[in-house]
Design a protein around this ligand. Sequence first.
Ligand code: PEP
Length: 257
Amino acid sequence: ENTRRPIIAGNWKMNLNHFEANLLVQKLAASLTEQQLADVEVAVLPPFTDLRTVQTAVDGDKLSIVYGAQDISRHKGGAYTGEIAGSMLEKLGCSYVLAGHSERREYHEESDELVNAKVKAAFASNLTPILCVGEGLPIREEGTHVAHCTAQLDAGLAGLKPEQVKQVVIAYEPVWAIGTGKTATPEDAQEVCGAIRARLAEKYGAEIADAIRIQYGGSVKSANIASIMAQPDIDGALVGGASLDAEEFASMVRYRE
Ligand code: PEP
């Protein structure tokens, strides 16, 4: 038994306008009880343009849904057209920010070095990074997925202080399972999440490794979340498609019931 509070986060990707975002968060808040929100941390990760909307929609809730961004600039500010600084996200009340999502690594050629810079930028603005790691299909077929993921982990956390590492959320997302409807088996997900925790223990000690929350992501939905959450080293889910439906997302939060 561990004392890690599960975290279920909805990555909206490039979906939902102001009106739709408002509706989704209102419905979500209405269908979750205070107890459910105390048991499981519920986060939404909307596009930048919906952050103010979400901030307003959850404002005043006692046990609130928290939120964050899908990306962050490595830079503090200045002449970086189109980028969003951590300080701007902090001002909008963000708690979390994704770093190294496979879609950023793939379509925006984000390197491990850039992902590490973004993790550091998050801490510089009091945001908690959700560091995503995961292998593509060729690496899975080759059988080197564990080494691939722990290398991404090492690179993403390079240069952090132990007390920062302790705060980080890690998301293991096999690329072949994202948006494909193909979920990793609970055993496959546990294999990598267990290896991630073992690696964290080796580098930072058991106390820190035991405190870190590790999510699984890749076609998680209400029908399969319970078996994934039952794994000893899985402390949450990073959810794409299934987070866009309030009822579906709320029933994922109630995975124990
Ligand atoms: C994701 O984008 O992080 C993700 C896991 O997507 P999906 O749930 O749609 O596979």
